[in-house]
Design a protein around this ligand. Structure first.
Ligand code: AMP
Ligand code: MG
Length: 489
């Protein structure tokens, strides 16, 4: 484990041509203080957790002091935002310090989000607020706990500097770690500008760093697109299975590695409703929950277009044709596992879809219903009344339960073995908006960050029972039914 001054930055992105980024320094943050530190993420860069107690720790993780060999920069990208192409976006408030190679040989980007204006800030102030930083911090670690690929979060540093959003808030800097911050939009910007050699340069960079096995293949760019397609399909399957809505699936928020990325107005499904819109800035529901899989494909088509100077068109289309089957295969496997089925066939699909329809009709909590399904008793005489009583239409439930019981009898193992298996895929704890809200209010009002830390620990192990924490699995209280979250962050 390393001390702060021992962290060794490599600067591979900085070595790319100047067109890829702008060199700059973070804007100093007045009187920074540490809000929360995540020891699990510190391990990714071999950072000794004891370093968080240093008096100057916050100074380092808001950009006031820089590691000697960091070469800070803002990355250039473009993107399709709500269907419309914006030729230039770029890191408007994030600054990449560089990459750290850990003892396992992995290279991790270290990025300060909210570190001040950059040449890509447009009208923005370059800052992030404490509220949205806490949301990203908790959600990225919650997703990691759920086994879903994601960027990670090392710490939050706060300040009393005022920031104007829908109301006055205070500034914070989130230190984000990710194997890469390259987005679909990182390619789109060069396609739009007609800088085709830069597209190849970036593709070669991504291949060298993340897909070295492809480096010598004659069709390496096509295979890169294939990898990204499969990873995106699997990620969408994981989001759908866990009930996660991203909220702003613009192509600039789509990771080239298929990571969940750029957390904003996200939301976990509570009362099950496939048309759920988590972002109140998206009234038409372009990014509604049930739209996510097809948006994933639409976004991949934009990436394929950006790679078109490198890939024959028919080949790219063939690759994209593989998206839907890959998504469905993964999604049905995950949903089958949520029902306790070791393998899923076409015949099982009605069992899954009918359960979802019943859950929607009864507005049941998505997470809690699946968790309680683990207790289903498959004996013929069992009444399963605890489960049954949650559904409004009992007759429909009885029909479904009879079919489920017959199906379970084809599985090997006992009910309790099945429950143990199901408890490893059906989480008990998710980051409910109201839980985040309580932690945010304590942080904003009283500078009390204990609830942030408590949630961080809870969500690191979402499948464990965690005695004493049961109330954190409760569906939202009345006051929290209509918390609204927007793009404003
Ligand atoms: P997002 O909605 O967070 O994915 O951001 C979309 C684009 O707006 C990106 O280019 C961001 O860097 C930029 N952006 C978002 N918030 C700010 C801000 N407060 N200041 C400057 N740029 C911002
Ligand atoms: Mg973004």
């Amino acid at each position: 484990m390393k001390k702060l001054h021992q962290l060794n930055f490599e600067n591979t992105y900085a070595r790319l041509p100047d067109t890829f980024h702008s060199r700059l320094y973070p804007t100093p943050l007045p009187a920074p203080y540490l809000v929360s530190f995540n020891a699990n993420a510190a391990q990714l860069i071999d950072l000794d957790s004891a370093e968080m107690s240093r008096a100057d720790f916050a100074e380092h993780f808001c950009g006031n002091r820089l590691p000697p060999n960091a070469e800070p920069l803002a990355m250039l990208y473009a993107g399709h935002q709500f269907g419309h192409f914006v030729p230039q976006l770029g890191d408007g408030r994030s600054i990449l310090l560089g990459e750290i190679r850990n003892s396992a040989g992995e290279l991790w980007d270290v990025q300060l989000k909210g570190a001040g204006i950059t040449p890509y800030s447009r009208q923005g102030d370059g800052r992030a607020v404490l509220r949205s930083s806490i949301r990203e911090y908790l959600c990225s670690e919650a997703m990691h706990g759920l086994g879903i690929p994601t960027s990670r979060a090392l710490c939050i540093v706060g300040s009393d500097e005022q920031v104007y959003r829908e109301r006055i808030e205070t500034a914070a800097v989130l230190t984000r770690l990710a194997p890469s911050h390259v987005r679909f939009g990182s390619f789109e910007v060069f396609f739009y500008r007609g800088q085709y050699d830069q597209i190849a340069t970036l593709a070669d960079y991504v291949i060298a760093r993340h897909f070295p096995d492809l480096a010598d293949a004659g069709d390496k760019y096509l295979r890169l697109l294939d990898e990204v397609t499969l990873r995106t399909a699997r990620l969408m399957a994981q989001w759908q299975a866990v009930g996660f809505s991203h909220g702003v699936m613009n192509t600039d928020n789509m990771s080239i590695l298929g990571l969940t990325f750029d957390y904003g107005p996200f939301g976990f499904m509570e009362a099950y409703d496939p048309g759920y819109i988590c972002n109140h800035s998206d009234p038409r529901g372009r990014y509604a929950f049930d739209q996510q899989p097809q948006v994933g494909l639409w976004n991949l088509s934009r990436l394929a277009q950006a790679l078109s100077p490198l890939i024959p068109r028919e080949s790219a289309e063939t690759v994209l044709d593989g998206y839907a089957p890959a998504f469905y295969e993964h999604y049905t496997r995950l949903m089958g596992a949520k029902l306790g089925l070791a393998s899923v066939t076409r015949e099982d699909i009605p069992l899954i879809s009918e359960l979802l329809e019943m859950m929607q009709a009864s507005r049941l909590d998505y997470t809690n219903l699946f968790r309680s399904l683990g207790q289903f008793n498959s004996a013929a005489e069992a009444d399963n009344s605890q489960l049954r009583d949650q559904f409004i239409d009992r007759a429909t439930f009885d029909g479904w339960a009879a079919a489920y019981r017959i199906r379970l009898q084809q599985e090997s193992g006992t009910d309790s073995e099945r429950k143990a298996r199901m408890d490893r895929i059906n989480p008990k704890y998710i980051l409910r908006n109201y839980l985040a809200q309580i932690a945010i209010e304590k942080a904003e009002k009283d500078r009390d960050y204990s609830e942030v830390d408590r949630l961080l620990n809870l969500l690191a192990k979402p499948f464990d029972e965690q005695p004493g924490m049961e109330s954190y699995a409760a569906p939202p209280p009345e006051w929290a039914q209509h918390i609204s979250v927007s793009c404003s962050s």
